[in-house]
Each structure stands twice: as C-alpha cells, then as structure tokens.
Design a protein around this ligand. Structure first.
Ligand code: CP
Length: 337
C-alpha cells in the first residue's frame, strides 16, 4: 500500500509495516492536535465528509483532523438530507462530490456501500463505517491506543490477551480490530457474547488460522482478567426491532465492583463509544470514570492523530508538515491523548 491517492476501505489493505508507518505519522501530529503549533499544509484542500448514518466522534474528528492540517470541510449528514433519498446512485454521488473535494470520508448503513461509492470517486475515499462490515479508521486508532496503553505496563500487542465483550455480531469495530490483531503474534482472544451475537465464523477462522488462541464464552465474570477489555454497545440500529435488541441490552455490564473482582489491576478498559449509558444498558458504568485504566477518552483523542495521519498520507504531505508551520496565537491549555 503506497497510501498516496489510495482509498482506505478495509483493514485488509494493511500489513504490520504500513500500520507502523501510520502510527509514526500519527505521533508526529501530537504538537498540532495539542495546539502547540499549527500547520497549514492542506490550506486550500477540501474534505467531503459524507455521513449517511448517525455519528458524533468519527464525523467530527475527521472534520477536526482535516481542519488541523489547514484544510476546509464540507459535509452532509443523514440519508434524508441527501439526494440518495431521491434515488441518486452512490456512483453518481461519488462522481459529483469527488469533483468538489480532494478527499472524501464516508459512513453509510449498508455493508460494501463505501467500496461501491469509491468506484465512482476520482479522489481517495476513507471508510468511516459501512453497516456491520468494517470501520478501518476506528480499528487503527484502537490498535494505536492498545500499543500506547500496553507500553505503560511494559507489554506489547504480540502476546497480549484481549477480551471483547457484547455485540460481536453487528459491532463492526471488533470485526476490523480482530483482523488487524490477527497480523500480530500469539494474541489470546476471549470473545464474550450471547451466542446469537457471536463473532462471525469467518473472522474467528481468520484469527485461528493466523495461530492465535480463541476462547468463546457467554459469561463475563471470570473471563475479563485480560490486558485489554474491549466493551461494545448492542448495535440496536442493526436489529430487526428494538424489542429484539432489548433482549441483550445490559447483559454484560462492567462496573468498578466487577473490575476489582475479576480484572487485573492494570487491565485497560476500552470502548469505541458511544457507550449506552441508559439504565437498562449501562455496559460501562460511570463509576469507572475515575479509574485510571479507563482509556475510552484517550482512545477517542487518538482518533484525531490517526485520522490526521491518514489524510496526510493519502494526500502525500506527511513529510512537509513542518514547512507550513505557524504559531498558535490564541490562548490554549489544550491537551490531547
Ligand atoms: N466510534 C464511533 O464510530 O463513534 P461515532 O458513531 O460517534 O462516530
């Protein structure tokens, strides 16, 4: 993968070397993300930010990442406010928006839709989530976070133990993350989900065929003594009805009491967010908010660094950021990551 001019549609495009390249560029973005200085390297460039499905973090962080590199963002949110609702094809939308912009980030509720859109695009397209299929930029920021968090305990991704919890069937973030982790060595996976929401067989096979250990269970207690616990939300929007989603909501709650009883003292808690904080779900309790091993907000911050890196790489400016630097004239005590 050369990155420059490439679409980023799936984690299958990545190997360990180009993952490390993304992470190296992501680390170089820290001074800009934390407002120590600015770069205008993408001044004049336009991001088309097309979100046909709800999002807070991914949409806003794509936009902020592009702005932090000096570029401008134009966006559309929601299917109903776009011409797709009038029957326009993904190909036609791609042709038009790609002539307006230099790069496109897109989320859509159907699996494969972003790849279909990319066929009509004349500029790089970055997948911000396509149905239950993939969320490659989330997986990269998750992996970046895992590497950073484990380093604090002298651990590496090779040889680590991760427990993935919740809706592993519809949760696209765990699909993409599992495929990336399969590139590493001797990872132990504990997959905790109701059998109806189990990790898809093809992903389990890919992990096992890469030589990793997989333990599948429907019980949280006693199975979260891992290096990383990756909690997920029941993906209500992918169920036939809310009643069906309700059958599983709140089934695997992690709170401080369970953490103290069953996790290691340094188990890192992750979640792609949003966490469902309604009483009937509450999969990651607010009583964990002051737990120093709760990495969920550091994880979300890392999304800026990783998305800045992906924009810099796809537009070929990763080596000239400093040529376009300038000072930050406003007061800022911002920190990131
Ligand atoms: N993690 C994630 O994709 O969050 P949003 O749905 O808010 O974008």
């Amino acid at each position: 993968m050369s990155f420059k001019g490439d679409h980023i549609l799936s984690v299958s495009q990545f190997d360990r070397d180009n993952i490390q390249h993304v992470f190296q560029i992501a680390r170089s973005m820290q001074p800009y993300a934390s407002r120590q200085k600015r770069t205008k390297v993408l001044e004049g460039a336009i991001l088309g930010n097309l979100f046909f499905e709800p999002s807070t973090r991914t949409r806003v962080s794509f936009g902020c990442a592009f702005n932090l590199l000096g570029g401008e963002v134009r966006e559309t949110t929601g299917m109903e406010s776009s011409a797709l609702s009038k029957g326009e094809s993904l190909f036609d939308t791609a042709r038009v928006i790609s002539s307006y912009s230099d790069v496109i980030a897109m989320r859509h509720p159907q699996s494969g839709s972003v790849a279909e859109f990319a066929l009509g695009s004349r500029v790089p397209v970055i997948n911000g989530g396509d149905g239950a299929n993939e969320h490659p930029t989330q997986a990269l920021l998750d992996l970046f976070t895992i590497e950073r968090e484990l380093a604090g305990s002298g651990l590496t991704i090779d040889g680590m133990h991760i427990a993935m919890v919740g809706d592993l069937k519809f949760g696209r973030t765990v699909h993409s993350l599992s495929k990336l982790l399969a590139l590493y060595k001797d990872v132990r996976f504990t997959l905790i989900a109701p059998k109806e929401l189990a990790m898809p067989d093809d992903i389990i096979s890919a992990i096992e065929n890469a030589g990793h250990q997989v333990h599948i269970t429907e019980v949280l207690e006693g199975n979260v003594n891992a290096d990383i616990v990756y909690q997920t939300r029941i993906q209500e929007e992918r169920f036939p009805s809310k009643d069906e989603a309700n059958l599983y909501r709140g089934k695997f709650r992690l709170n401080q009491e369970i953490y103290t009883k069953y996790c290691k003292s340094n188990t890192v808690i992750m979640h792609p967010l949003p966490r469902d904080s309604r009483a009937e779900a509450n999969e990651l309790d607010n009583d964990l908010n002051l737990n120093p091993n709760l990495a969920i907000f550091r994880q979300a911050d890392n999304g800026i660094l990783v998305r800045m890196a992906l924009f810099a790489l796809t537009l070929g400016v990763e080596n000239i950021l400093t040529n376009y630097e300038c000072a930050v004239p406003w007061y800022s005590n911002k920190h990131s990551g």
